[in-house]
Design a protein around this ligand. Structure first.
Ligand SMILES: Nc1nc2c(c(=O)[nH]1)N[C@H]1C(S)=C(S)[C@@H](COP(=O)(O)OP(=O)(O)OC[C@H]3O[C@@H](n4cnc5c(=O)[nH]c(N)nc54)[C@H](O)[C@@H]3O)O[C@H]1N2
Ligand SMILES: Nc1nc2c(c(=O)[nH]1)N[C@H]1C(S)=C(S)[C@@H](COP(=O)(O)OP(=O)(O)OC[C@H]3O[C@@H](n4cnc5c(=O)[nH]c(N)nc54)[C@H](O)[C@@H]3O)O[C@H]1N2
Ligand SMILES: [Mo]
Length: 759
């Protein structure tokens, strides 16, 4: 066999994930990459309950002690915020906005923390310092000048605390709009929209305790070794109990194969690890619905042949729609299931055998399931499978979406929703004495479409990097220039801040790690994790600059400036966050005794009716919901069309790029790669290491290309290719999204690849 030519930066990673590699990487990141402040280092070293909620992920904390020392990506998230580096006004004096637009995402954020409020000056093409008062006066003036409140978009990124998010939605609603584009719209909206129809609530139903009691886990479309590192401790324990963990993922993700727990002295001393997945199914990108339908069909076969596979009593008492599901599954052929999922009928039947043996199963899932044109139905198919055996509302069982940002779930809970229901509107009116708008507003896709169409005039962003996170930047970058105003509340500089409107304000805020004093009194904020636990978070570190203000204060001051006739006592709430929480409780009764209950370490759990087998659906029952056919994307008979999925590397947090390695996938020092199955490479006449062009096949008359990336032969399902987000976002059409949840189909874009001719 001819020797394979090496590809620069591409190697194999054969060690277990975690282990010494993670400890070494943590040490390196903290010391060199991040330039962490001394105070942050002390905090990480002590490994005591840190007081603030880790901004890294939304997985709950077991004893409520954040063990950053052992969580590589938690430590990175903290030190990235608690860096010594600063971006003062002198930085902006030196670099024009046009210059900075030429920098990489990594370089922009790596400059450090923003220190002063800044205002864009078109004459010099620079951000210049501005006082807080003047900045808010500009916002106030421009908002008051709008003839239609629906021309303003209020974007929330999921790091915002409950308190900041609650004030933000109050501001927007008193101003007169429900335009709430939200990072959730790019993330778990399919869960928020899909699960209420199935089980009556748009959230997960399991608690950490259920992982102690479960007899099987089905893990679909998530990569916890990188994105939910604290979950690895849980999976490691479950695997060591001998519980089957069945994985569905087009890529072989190292941490799902084998993991060494840095807190396990034996594994560390012996350089060993634990197998996590009991079986690993490399489903095709966009083949999960077919795989789920296959498993359900096989459960029905078992029921027909020997009985005992279905929980008949549960189905009869608690559900609707089973007969229709059964008829649909019986009418679905195995050949089609195999073709669409890329998995064999026998493999899916084995999953069904294991599933009917388990009396308590949890399904965990992430973006691999939601970011599809059928994201909402995909989520509902997982609920169907669970309902067949009564796996909701009993110990050790349930559905477990892995949320993204550390408070994305909480932001939704406290009112960030573009489609407010009558109860929410009534309670806001009763509590604050103004009538909030009832008409539905914009989600993320609708807001970006409105920016492109020119009907949106103002974008106010509470954190995040909206325009880089969203699809189709060729259209959106240009459209931003025409806005009357962009306001960005942020900790660090990113590209969205450089896409300035006619007026642009960059407002630096405290991060979660930093002490928040109001009138000398330390304030706490609250967050809700993936398992509906609400708890307090209290920053400890000294603020990065004396000019920073907290997010609740910034929102309250903006609101006061924009709403001269306001009914809300913004100043009082900004001075004492207990008062914000009193109002949250008044609007959302589930937060009863809010201030008292967050004093208990670990906080409290919001009520989850399905855990009591109470179904808040119109029928009062859980619903089996059909997925029509098997295809998640428009069907094509052209074998040269592949499905591109966009991925996070191990060294990034969404659009924040910490570094250029993706250690577990064996990619080092670069991100300009496209991961392709070797047979697909051969079929297209491409050699591993060739420079290629990727082109979207969408048929809306636009050309979307990514050129010059290197093809890497990779262990990925046939017909599927992978590339990193956000680089690949230029290939995602803004118009290609789940119609129910508005989630862009970031995880299955039809593309063609071809080798570029050597120049
Ligand atoms: N360190 C770190 N932590 C993070 C983040 C981060 O960027 N960095 N981001 C946070 C946020 S906002 C979120 S939403 C979460 C994201 O956490 P994840 O949901 O884990 O997100 P992704 O990395 O996008 O990829 C998910 C996995 O889906 C697989 N996949 C891709 N396409 C398909 C498919 O069609 N079917 C199936 N079954 N699998 C597929 C990919 O191979 C990958 O393993 O993590 C949060 N935590
Ligand atoms: N192709 C593709 N695109 C995707 C995805 C994908 O998988 N593939 N994933 C989608 C998902 S799941 C998500 S959640 C979105 C993420 O979209 P966003 O949430 O909009 O993006 P982030 O990259 O998390 O935002 C990073 C910025 O947040 C700011 N920031 C950090 N901490 C704080 C803070 O404490 N307060 C404030 N005010 N600002 C802060 C910093 O300025 C930083 O630059 O991207 C989506 N886009
Ligand atoms: Mo997310």
């Amino acid at each position: 066999m001819p020797m394979k030519k090496p590809i620069p930066g591409i190697a194999r990673y054969d060690h277990p994930a975690g282990g010494w590699g993670a400890l070494r990487a943590t040490a390196k990141a903290v010391r060199t990459q991040m330039d962490a402040s001394d105070a942050a280092l002390t905090l990480l070293r002590t490994n005591k309950p840190a007081g603030f909620d880790c901004p890294g992920c939304a997985w709950p904390d077991k004893e409520h002690t954040s063990t950053f020392q052992f969580c590589e990506n938690g430590a990175k998230a903290v030190t990235w915020e608690a860096t010594k580096r600063r971006v003062p006004p002198e930085f902006f004096a030196e670099h024009s906005v046009s210059d900075l637009l030429g920098w990489s995402d990594h370089d922009l954020e790596a400059q450090g923390r923003l220190t002063h409020p800044m205002r864009y000056d078109a004459q010099t093409d620079r951000y210049l310092p501005v006082s807080w008062e003047e900045a808010h006066a500009i916002t106030g003036r421009i908002l008051q000048a709008q003839s239609d409140p629906n021309a303003v978009e209020f974007y929330t990124s999921g790091r915002a605390s409950n308190e900041a998010a609650f004030l933000f939605q109050l501001f927007a609603r008193e101003y007169g709009t429900n335009n709430f584009p939200d990072c959730s719209n790019m993330c778990h909206e399919a869960t928020s929209v899909g699960l209420p129809h199935s089980i009556g609530i748009g959230k997960g139903t399991v608690s950490l305790k259920d992982f102690d009691d479960c007899e099987m886990i089905i893990a679909m479309g998530h990569n916890p070794g990188t994105n939910h590192p604290r979950m690895m401790g849980t999976l490691h324990e479950v695997a060591r109990r001998g519980v089957p963990i069945v994985v569905f993922n087009p890529l072989k993700e190292r941490a799902l194969e084998r993991f060494a727990d840095p807190q396990n002295p034996v594994e560390m001393a012996t350089f060993s690890g634990t197998d996590i997945a009991s079986t690993y199914h490399q489903v095709k990108v966009g083949g999960d619905a077919a795989a789920l339908k296959g498993i359900m069909k096989a459960v029905l076969e078992i029921e027909a042949s020997r009985g005992g596979a279905l929980d008949q009593a549960f189905i009869a008492e608690h559900t609707n729609g089973f007969a229709a599901l059964k008829a649909d599954l019986e009418a679905t052929g195995w050949d089609a299931i195999e073709a669409q999922s890329g998995l064999g009928a026998e493999a899916l039947r084995r999953v069904a055998e294991a599933y009917v043996k388990s009396s308590a199963t949890i399904i965990t899932y992430g973006m691999g399931m939601t970011q599809h044109a059928t994201g909402t139905s995909n989520v509902q198919q997982m609920a169907n499978l669970l309902l067949m055996r009564g796996n909701i509302g009993k110990p050790g069982a349930g559905i477990c979406p892995l949320r993204g940002h550390s408070n994305v779930q909480g932001d939704r809970t406290v009112g960030i929703t573009e489609k407010p229901g009558p109860v929410l509107l009534k309670r806001i009116e009763e509590t604050f004495g103004f009538t909030p708008p009832a008409a539905h507003g914009h989600d993320a896709v609708a807001s970006v479409k409105a920016i492109v169409a020119g009907t949106a005039r103002v974008l106010i962003s509470l954190g995040g990097n909206l325009i880089v996170a969203m699809p189709d930047r060729e259209q959106t970058y240009e459209a931003m220039k025409d806005l009357d105003l962009t306001v960005s509340v942020a900790t660090k500089l990113n590209r969205s801040h450089l896409l300035v409107g006619r007026e642009a304000l960059l407002l630096p805020c405290l991060g979660r790690t930093e002490e928040d004093l109001q009138n000398g009194v330390p304030q706490v904020v609250t967050v809700e994790d993936s398992m509906s636990m609400v708890h307090a978070s209290r920053g400890k570190l000294p603020p990065a600059s004396e000019h920073l203000r907290s997010e609740p204060v910034i929102v309250a001051e903006m609101a006061r400036a924009a709403l001269p006739a306001t009914r809300v006592d913004w100043a009082a709430m900004a001075a004492d966050y207990d008062l914000i929480r009193d109002k949250i409780e008044a609007v959302f009764p589930d937060f009863k005794d809010f201030n008292a209950r967050i004093k208990v370490p670990g906080g409290f759990r919001l009520p989850l009716a399905p855990t009591q087998r109470i179904w808040n659906t119109p029928s009062g029952k859980a619903e089996f919901l059909l997925f029509k056919g098997l295809a998640e994307d428009p069907e094509t008979t052209d074998p040269s069309v592949l499905k591109l999925t966009t991925l996070r590397s191990h060294d990034q947090y969404n659009t924040t790029i910490y570094g250029l390695d993706d250690r577990y996938r064996g990619v080092f020092g670069r991100r300009d790669v496209v991961l392709v199955n070797p047979e697909d490479l051969a079929a297209q006449g491409i050699e591993p290491g060739d420079k290629i062009e990727v082109e979207t096949v969408f048929g809306d008359g636009r050309t979307r290309k990514l050129s010059g990336f290197t093809a890497v032969d990779y262990n990925i399902a046939r017909g599927s290719v992978g590339a990193y987000y956000p680089e690949a976002n230029c290939l995602v059409p803004l118009g290609y999204h789940d119609p129910d949840s508005g989630t862009p189909a970031y995880k299955s874009i039809p593309v063609r690849i071809r080798a570029l001719k050597e120049a």
